[in-house]
Design a protein. Structure first.
Length: 190
């Protein structure tokens, strides 16, 4: 058996949901990227007819971005980008995993590797997003604009749940890999 591929599996209708989930992942990622850059570049609140839009980076009070110097804004974007890149990579690998599920390559080595990479990248993104706020506050204090920014770290129960889910995905990928290894081992006995 070729280790890089797995035998095609007859898919149930459940696997057809993979396509819907992939589109939802793409929509979620697009919104995250758009909101990230809008929050740092467009003066808020934004008035579009009857809509009132207020987008602020996590941990910054409304309208505080407008009071920041250019160096502080660039630093804020620079500190937020690594988390956004890790999230982008994680969601792309998760989308590729779902595509492989749809193709019936559930236990293929590359599918398992992408699931592991996705779990690791999303875990890293959560960690980087949690560290972004205190690092940004330290940087803002060093760059100064006459204000003092208290340094704090926030970790919500939602973020803890995401860390648990990432750990679970990593474990599932390990189980898939072990199942594949056992299957290959048993093929040799027949």
């Amino acid at each position: 058996m070729n280790k890089a591929i797995s035998h095609p599996v007859k898919l149930t209708p459940l696997f057809r949901l993979c396509n819907i989930i992939r589109w939802l992942l793409l929509a979620f990622l697009s919104v995250q990227i758009i909101f990230f850059f809008l929050a740092w570049t467009i003066p808020m609140p934004l008035e579009l007819g009857f809509l009132h839009i207020q987008l602020d980076p996590v941990g910054l009070a409304p309208k505080l971005v407008q009071e920041l110097s250019v160096a502080q804004k660039v630093t804020g974007v620079g500190l937020g980008l690594p988390g956004l890149v890790a999230l982008t990579c994680g969601l792309m690998w998760l989308g590729q995993t779902l595509r492989r599920f749809q193709d019936g390559r559930i236990f293929a080595v590359d599918t398992i590797a992408r699931l592991r990479a996705s779990a690791g990248a999303i875990f890293l993104a959560i960690l980087l997003f949690a560290l972004e706020k205190p690092m940004r506050e330290v940087a803002f204090n060093l760059l100064g604009n006459g204000k003092t920014y208290p340094v704090s770290i926030d970790l919500s129960s939602s973020e803890l749940l995401l860390i648990l889910v990432c750990s679970l995905f990593y474990l599932v990928a390990g189980v898939m890999h072990e199942g594949r290894r056992l299957s290959e081992e048993n093929e040799g006995f027949i």
